[in-house]
Design a protein around this ligand. Structure first.
Ligand SMILES: Cc1cc2nc3c(=O)[nH]c(=O)nc-3n(C[C@H](O)[C@H](O)[C@H](O)COP(=O)(O)OP(=O)(O)OC[C@H]3O[C@@H](n4cnc5c(N)ncnc54)[C@H](O)[C@@H]3O)c2cc1C
Length: 558
């Protein structure tokens, strides 16, 4: 079935078309009548947990969702007091057009979106790139000095010469799993041990260090990629090949409205349950409390102990917490997983991330300086501590006619890894003071502070309870670990003591840091649960496990 033209996150490790699978009129499958109403534990109410719970409910099972914090997980949005339309997206904030499985839920839920103002994106009024004390102003990429074009061409050449990118992209665009795999299965062993910075340094087109430095600043798409330099080149390549870093939208009302809408939605097609049932109604309004322990009970079922000491038993459970939490946050019986899987869970590498937002009186960045004719403030990439500054018109977004006079939001700083750690120990006021100081160096004639209303909002994900950082980012040599995690949903060959607990979440996927990966792995877990309970996929719509042998990620030791 062809959904539409355009990019898709057909992830080359496992090029299963989750978008057409979700859109198929026959649905995702059936469980035996005797299994209808069976309780299945879902641990975590982020995007993965809620997609898993929603689809399990539609299939006639009874998901029992546990959540330690807020519904939404890392799709957390916070409104500024007194300005409910002005929202800070503290986690996921920009969603690529190619993320079509996530996009499926945006459509189903009727969520409104508008283009995200990334650096140099067509919808972004202006961009400033400041590096080594020199500031470059651009309303389109053509306004930048020629060296930026050289860097962009060097990147395209490096990807073509060292990573077969044009052929890979063509195979993904053609949605041809065999063509995708024939290329990707060559690239995995060649690049698994290569870091992003190593790949650049070994590319003849990037022989000039200054070009690499500049590239680290501007990157591709969203900018600021030198914080990813230690990561595996395969991670970067997946982002580029699947267009994950391009054509982003933001969500009106904040990203958290998506998981919240899934929680509340009464699906039109529903097995077993009375029409009008929703996850919210099945739970009496609220998820169950945080999970404290997981164990195998003597009857073979999985015991889920909550923080207040109540244990319930389930024939199957889906865990969507960040993988380190299975040892650091939950007392998980070691025997539930093989040692190889534990090794993979523990070796996950998490990226840190920090964001700070302020509410401002209006989108004053749309004013032009009368002397220079330039916009007074731009989306800004800099090598200063702030790294990335984003300007977010308030209310209904860019298409809102009243936006010019309404409060708006500035993300003063969005950082990752070492850049995020610099903020970690600092209190909110000190963060804002230093950020305003950086911006003053770049915009000496502009008084950003005079526009600020109310209290700032800041977050460091590595300090948040129930999270171990922002999102996974594999290091060189981690492919085997990722393969173990991703493929765990196909459990037929596992011994009985290792079956029944399914892993999902973006860190189980091959596209960490993208909500799309949370959706993919949730659907894998749903397939695994249905299979475990004796069910099957819908005729004509094989699921990810049905096509596993054909599509499985390449086994480097096989
Ligand atoms: C700073 C940042 C920027 C991002 N930017 C983007 C972006 O622009 N685009 C994009 O697509 N994605 C982005 N992401 C990634 C996106 O937010 C994630 O992919 C997605 O939200 C992950 O969903 P999940 O369900 O896998 O995990 P989570 O959202 O982490 O859900 C797991 C849930 O488990 C809960 N939990 C933890 N411990 C327990 C326990 N003991 N018992 C019960 N529950 C527990 C947690 O509270 C949490 O709600 C970003 C993430 C961050 C942090």
């Amino acid at each position: 079935m062809v959904i539409s033209d355009g990019p898709s996150m057909l992830v080359p490790d496992f090029p299963f078309a989750y978008d057409t699978y979700l859109a198929h009129p026959a649905g995702l499958g059936r469980v035996p009548d005797a299994a209808l109403g069976t309780e299945v534990a879902v641990i975590g109410a982020g995007m993965a947990g809620l997609v898993a719970a929603y689809e399990l409910m539609r299939l006639g099972l009874r998901p029992v969702v546990y959540e330690a914090g807020e519904i939404g997980g890392r799709l957390r949005s916070q409104a500024f007091p007194g300005a409910p339309d002005a929202v800070a997206d503290l986690g996921g904030m920009r969603f690529p057009a190619s993320g079509r499985a996530f996009g499926h839920y945006l459509r189903v839920l009727g969520v409104r979106t508008s283009p995200f103002p990334n650096p140099l994106a067509p919808q972004t009024p202006s961009t400033v790139i400041e590096l080594a004390g020199r500031s470059h102003y651009a309303e389109t990429a053509e306004d930048l000095p020629p060296v930026f074009g050289e860097v962009s061409r060097a990147w395209a050449t490096a990807l073509a010469d060292g990573a077969e990118l044009p052929a890979l992209r063509a195979a993904i665009a053609a949605r041809s799993p065999s063509a995708i795999k024939s290329i990707w299965n060559r690239l995995v062993p060649a690049l698994d041990d290569e870091s992003f910075s190593g790949f650049l340094a070994r590319s003849p087109s990037f022989a000039d260090f200054h070009h690499r430095e500049l590239f680290g600043q501007v990157g591709f798409g969203t900018g600021g990629w030198d914080t990813d330099f230690p990561n595996s080149m395969l991670e970067i390549l997946r982002v580029v090949a699947t267009d994950a870093d391009d054509q982003h939208v933001r969500i009106h009302g904040g990203a958290q409205s998506v998981p919240l809408a899934l929680w509340r939605r009464a699906p039109s097609q529903l097995h077993h349950w009375t029409p009008g049932a929703s996850l919210e109604s099945l739970h009496g309004g609220s998820p169950r409390p945080a999970v404290r322990a997981l164990r195998r009970r003597p009857d073979g079922r999985i015991g889920v102990l909550d923080r207040w000491g109540t244990e319930r038993a389930y024939p199957a459970a889906v865990s969507t917490v960040q993988s380190w939490l299975l040892s650091a946050g939950i007392d998980t019986d070691e025997s539930l997983f093989s040692h190889d899987l534990w090794m993979a869970l523990e070796r996950s590498h998490y990226m840190q991330s920090s964001k700070t937002f302020v509410l401002v009186d209006r989108p004053f960045w749309r004013d032009r300086d009368p002397s220079s004719g330039r916009f007074v403030l731009s989306t800004t990439l800099t090598d200063r501590m702030t790294r990335g500054t984003y300007l977010l018109d308030g209310g209904g977004g860019l298409d809102d006619p009243d936006a010019a006079t309404r409060p708006a939001v500035v993300c003063l700083s969005y950082t990752w890894n070492d850049d995020a750690l610099k903020w970690l120990a600092l209190p909110t006021d000190e963060r804002v003071r230093l950020m305003l100081h950086s911006l003053r160096q770049i915009y000496p004639d502009l008084d950003v502070a005079s526009h600020i209303l109310g209290e700032p909002i800041t977050i460091s994900w590595e300090r948040e309870p129930h999270f171990m950082g922002a999102f996974r980012g594999n290091l060189p040599g981690h492919y085997r670990y990722q393969r173990r995690l991703f493929t765990h949903f196909v459990q037929d060959a596992l011994p009985p003591e290792h079956r029944g607990l399914f892993l999902a979440g973006d860190d189980i996927s091959f596209t960490p840091g993208w909500a799309e990966g949370a959706v993919h792995t949730a659907l894998n877990a749903v397939w695994g649960v249905v299979h475990q309970l004796g069910g099957h996929s819908a005729p004509g719509n094989p699921g990810p496990g049905d096509r596993f042998t054909e599509l499985a990620p390449v086994d480097l030791d096989g």
